[in-house]
Design a binder for this molecule. Structure first.
Ligand code: ANZ
Ligand code: ZN
Length: 813
């Protein structure tokens, strides 16, 4: 009697894989078609959540499929182990962050192993280990030497609750991304990476990587490249030039006022001595402390104050009144704008509110503001009548000749602020010497280890400042007394190169051997959450480009293909402790087994979409795996061990063979590059439905055994333990050592459907087509029909619509 018992099956196979080092790969002779499959490294806190189970279910399926198709697969694991949660926990409990982090890592390790994920554990590390962060510091110094890491006084986003500086990316709607507290602005000396030097390359190279389009769009918007002109306006009263950045120099003749950001350093100076000084001061104070949220929003009511001064429009000498208004942002362009209310929505709203003139300089539309294109009007005899896009270039050239402006490109991207006034991070390897200034810690003195301290609470400066024995040191240059830098690095620095270290994790002489890294990299398939679409993915790309420029490696883009997985929700809502709707992977795996949990997660929908967890669904998946395993075990006991027939001599055998090959074909197409694991698993279910004793009838035992072994084999990437067990029972062999099954076309041919061929929506023919044929093949079949050709004759095909497994509609004119 056969009872499906995952609690017995799963640990047994996990032991085999561990003892035989099955998933380990060496760095000897890395071949061109070897594959690097990587899930974004987990942040170890508490224990793994359902999102982790999903990402590793997806990644493991990809890894297994690639191995079975003959590639060696690098599939490593590590931990992004520095960061705020462990430190906040330390502040509350006094427990060293290292201890809580190590406890979380132990729990992650235990669970990842219980899931049977095919990891090469010999390459494992945590980014908080000195053996790792030694090289994070080393990389920092290489960037520092090149001027790509630098220090400057900066207005920084400051979270009063976490008492730390935040990168722009960590401020969401004016609030701290982590704790939701409203962010303040402070002036502090900070460390930056010069990522803006790479803005164009980061933008251009998006075209050469195979990433989801929405992620590329997010990166493009984040980099925010705008082409336009910088135009200089002169303030006669103070004899100062104020450049503005505009994307629309064609509208220069329509400028009717001028606006500066409240943070602009000249605003108070301009108003000083005028009757408006008091009002300006009030406005600035108000603007600087008010909510930053949506300041630039088109719909927000516009406020501002007259500065009592004027600038001269360089194209026509008109005097424009100067205002301070918070819809102009200091961080963008020059922090000042020429306002063209006739053709810009926000300027128009401001003009309405303050009774300023609105002038049309572009024809088109009925009413103002008109933001579209058209001929120039009321501008200048040289330009009136020109299309505004042409005028734009001519006006810019004219300004340039007269030294009043020039073409300019502006980016939204800012340099990456990497310093943190926190304890649990990688120390910045710089020494401040009163004589020599900033001095690098010599490479042979790395790592600068984090000292143990008693009080982790931040006080506006790094808690490390209190570790006097550590802070006070000797200058490596003049040997005089000096002090260590006490800021630590943003944890995004740690995760910007970990995938390189996996290639060569034990290297004690260098962060990596370039030969090894260049052979494994780029990551062929990267998998993770879309929440990292900007920060992590942009930073890692920047690191690789900079390190490639430094000739430390040759990896222009780190992640050749990216897959972003959707969230698993419960009752339609995001899982959270406060809602009490959290599904714990530990409990699910204990109750159903890892294979059921993994298969269910892959089955509930396309993995890039959000999907709702259902307890009934998990039950159903366990019943399916149990049925598959039992049917295989029974067949192994009861059916004579015969090979699969080369030809089917009866209907039952033919049906069984056809279904098996259909499933091979379907699963292969669904898995290879498509991530359609849900339909792949459904195909195995469909195959199993044909293999019940009642359905398979009098099919030859060899055919039944073959079809069952095929089902187990196809399910292996999703349910490795159950599949390995069932497959071994039937064949005596190890499924992961078997090549991926190949569909035999002789058993596929019969699987056809009637393709409807239409021209301009009218049915003109019906053609027999093989199931699963590609869109191109279907189109070719339809075009091949003589009846269809008769309707295409002499006409232009403007569009071809292909509905797979159904129809082709050729649209002609
Ligand atoms: C005149 C003008 C006329 C503009 C017009 C637009 C339309 P993007 O495309 O996002 O780069 N601008 C420039 N600096 C700004 C700042 N610091 N704060 C707020 N707005 C600023 O936007 C560029 C446009 O945004 C610029 O072109 C400028 O307004 C405004 F019919 O100049 B424009
Ligand atoms: Zn010195």
């Amino acid at each position: 009697d056969h009872v499906y018992d995952p609690a017995e099956i799963e640990p047994r196979w996990q032991r085999v894989w561990a003892e035989e080092h099955t998933w380990e790969v060496s760095n000897d002779e890395i071949a061109d078609d070897d594959v690097y499959v990587l899930e974004m490294l987990p942040y170890p806190s508490g224990e793994p959540h359902i999102g982790h189970l999903k990402v590793y279910s997806v990644g493991d399926a990809v890894a297994h499929f690639n191995r079975r198709t003959g590639r060696r697969v690098l599939h490593p694991m590590g931990y992004d182990a520095f960061g705020l949660p462990a430190e906040n926990h330390a502040i509350k409990t006094g427990q060293h962050p290292r201890e809580s982090t190590n406890a979380a890592i132990a729990s992650f390790q235990e669970q990842f192993r219980s899931w049977g994920v095919s990891i090469d554990w010999t390459r494992e590390f945590a980014t908080c280990e000195p053996e790792y962060y030694r090289w994070t510091q080393w990389i920092f110094l290489r960037l520092y030497e090149r001027g790509l890491a630098y220090r400057k006084d900066a207005a920084v986003n400051w979270c009063p609750k976490d008492a730390t500086v935040l990168a722009n990316e960590q401020v969401v709607d004016g609030r701290c991304e982590r704790c939701g507290t409203e962010v303040e602005v402070r002036q502090l000396e900070q460390w930056f990476f010069r990522i803006t030097d790479y803005a164009d390359r980061l933008l251009d190279d998006l075209d050469i990587i195979d990433w989801p389009e929405h992620v590329k769009t997010m990166q493009r918007n984040w980099i925010g490249r705008s082409e336009g002109a910088e135009v200089t306006f002169h303030c006669e009263e103070l004899d100062v030039d104020y450049p503005v950045f505009t994307t629309r120099p064609d509208t220069l003749f329509g400028a009717t006022f001028f606006v500066m950001a409240p943070e602009h350093p000249d605003v108070l100076r301009l108003a000083a001595g005028t009757e408006h000084e008091e009002a300006v001061r009030d406005y600035i104070n108000h603007a600087l402390t008010a909510e930053k949220e949506d300041r630039g929003d088109a719909d927000k009511p516009k406020t501002g104050v007259f500065l009592g001064r004027h600038v001269v429009n360089p194209v026509n000498g008109e005097k424009l009144p100067m205002y301070v208004a918070d819809y102009v942002l200091m961080e963008y362009g020059t922090g000042a704008i020429m306002a063209v209310p006739g053709h810009d929505e926000r300027d128009f709203a401001f003009a309405q509110a303050y009774n300023l003139p609105v002038k049309r300089v572009i024809g088109g539309g009925e009413e103002l503001p008109y933001v579209g294109d058209g001929p120039l009007v009321h501008s200048h005899p040289n330009f009136d009548g020109l299309h505004n896009r042409d005028a734009l270039e001519k006006i810019t050239a004219w300004l340039d000749r007269d030294g009043k402006g020039h073409q300019s490109i502006n980016y939204r991207l800012r340099d990456w602020l990497l310093s943190r006034q926190r304890y649990w991070g990688c120390p910045i390897p710089i020494i401040h010497c009163p004589t020599c200034g900033m001095v690098q810690v010599p490479d042979d003195a790395l790592p600068v280890e984090l000292p143990d301290i008693a009080d982790y609470a931040p006080k506006g400066k790094s808690p490390l400042a209190a570790a006097e024995d550590w802070v006070n040191t000797e200058c490596p240059k003049c040997y005089g007394p000096a002090k260590r830098e006490t800021d630590t690095m943003d944890t995004f620095v740690d995760s910007s190169w970990y995938f390189l270290r996996y290639c060569d994790p034990d290297n004690g002489d260098a962060p990596w051997d370039p030969k090894v890294v260049n052979a494994w990299m780029p990551v062929d398939q990267y998998i993770g959450g879309v929440e990292h679409a900007i920060l992590h993915l942009l930073y890692a790309r920047f690191f690789c480009k900079a390190l490639t420029d430094l000739e430390l490696l040759d990896v222009n883009e780190p992640f050749a293909r990216l897959f972003t997985q959707g969230m698993i929700t419960k009752d339609g809502a995001k899982m959270s402790k406060s809602k009490g709707n959290v599904v714990s992977p530990r409990e699910i795996v204990a109750k159903y087994g890892a294979d059921t949990a993994r298969c269910y997660i892959l089955f509930i929908g396309p993995p890039d979409q959000d999907a709702d967890w259902s307890d009934d669904g998990v039950d159903g998946m366990q019943r399916f795996l149990g049925r598959l395993w039992r049917t295989c075990a029974e067949a192994a006991d009861e059916l004579p061990d015969e090979p699969a027939p080369a030809e089917a001599s009866d209907d039952d055998t033919l049906r069984v063979m056809r279904k098996a090959h259909w499933a091979i074909d379907k699963v292969t197409h669904d898995v290879a590059g498509r991530f359609a694991f849900n339909t792949a698993i459904a195909a195995v279910m469909e195959l199993m439905n044909e293999l019940t004793p009642a359905k398979r009838g009098s099919a030859e035992p060899g055919a039944v055994r073959f079809a069952l072994a095929t089902a187990a084999s196809l399910l292996f990437p999703f349910a490795p333990h159950t599949s390995a067990d069932a497959y071994e029972k039937l064949t005596g062999r190890r499924v992961w050592e078997e090549p991926w099954p190949a569909a035999d076309s002789r058993f596929l041919e019969a699987d056809t459907f009637e393709l409807v061929a239409q021209v301009n929506g009218k049915v003109r023919d019906r053609v027999t087509a093989p199931s699963g044929a590609s869109k191109d093949d279907l189109e070719a079949l339809a075009r091949g029909s003589e009846k269809v050709q008769a309707f295409l004759d002499g006409k232009d095909v403007v569009k071809v619509i292909v509905v797979p497994e159904k129809l082709v509609n050729i649209v002609v004119r």
